[in-house]
Design a protein around this ligand. Sequence first.
Ligand code: C5P
Length: 297
Amino acid sequence: MSVTVRVPAKVNVQLAVGAARPDGYHDLANVFLAVGLHDEITATPADALRITCAGPDADRVPLDGTNLAARAATVLAEAYGREPAVHLHIDKDIPVAGGMAGGSADGAGALVACNALWGTGASRDELLALCAELGSDVPFSLIGGAALGTGRGEKLTELEAGGGFHWVFAMAGRGLSTPAVFREFDRLAEGRDIPEPVADQTVLDALAAGDPGALAVAVTNDLQPAALSLFPELSDILAAGRAAGALTALVSGSGPTTAFLASDEASAAEVAAVLRASGTCATVRTAQGPVPGATVV
Ligand code: C5P
């Protein structure tokens, strides 16, 4: 017997970042949108915890205890006084170290898969608390849809999103480490007053209205200057997508994946084709959002 869970990637349509806290984290106002690129995590009984991974980026996924899927199985087993004896197979379609919460998706997926496989019976709230232990973006991977994340991103308020937004994602040839991007944010912020991060009502209204034109002018990402500072070539990808007719172009989360909002499906296909031909990026994908969070298939 095995259980498979499908979990979406995310893009941030607002990422407001506050000053570094004493614990090193940053308070955020983080508007998440789940988009239709998915990892699938399959849990099968085994003698001991084992992780395998397949997919185009599989060689860049750690298969040891640091993998968030492995940590998820371990924290759930500890919480319920059992051994994490499970084989977790990750079918990976979300870019690795791309700023699209691929690792977080695997953590949330493994929790839901092990909860079902073991008949642990953890409630949604218990699962969300375990997700928050695993990482700041993991709770959102569980719930999907659209949500505002505050605190370090783990305190979620579900948001209304009226209709599907059409996105194009361009993956760079290498990843960026999230902690390194936050450190660069701190370096760039030195000597400046950093305001408290707050959700932007124009972003929330555009999301609720399902209006891509209004969302395009409202999106912001405070981590973008830091990502561009560490990875200057991203500017060329952003420029190529804008020239191709995207409504807006931004770095997704901590990057280096770049995200382009299109007015409709046909325009997204056109932007994707131009980006593919531009030679500025490694891979280009289209996806719609919002989509549901972690779901047993
Ligand atoms: O929570 P998570 O383990 O995903 O965070 C990875 C790293 O990103 C943290 O160690 C920290 O350096 C940075 N981070 C942050 N503030 C946040 C979320 C993440 O500084 N709100």
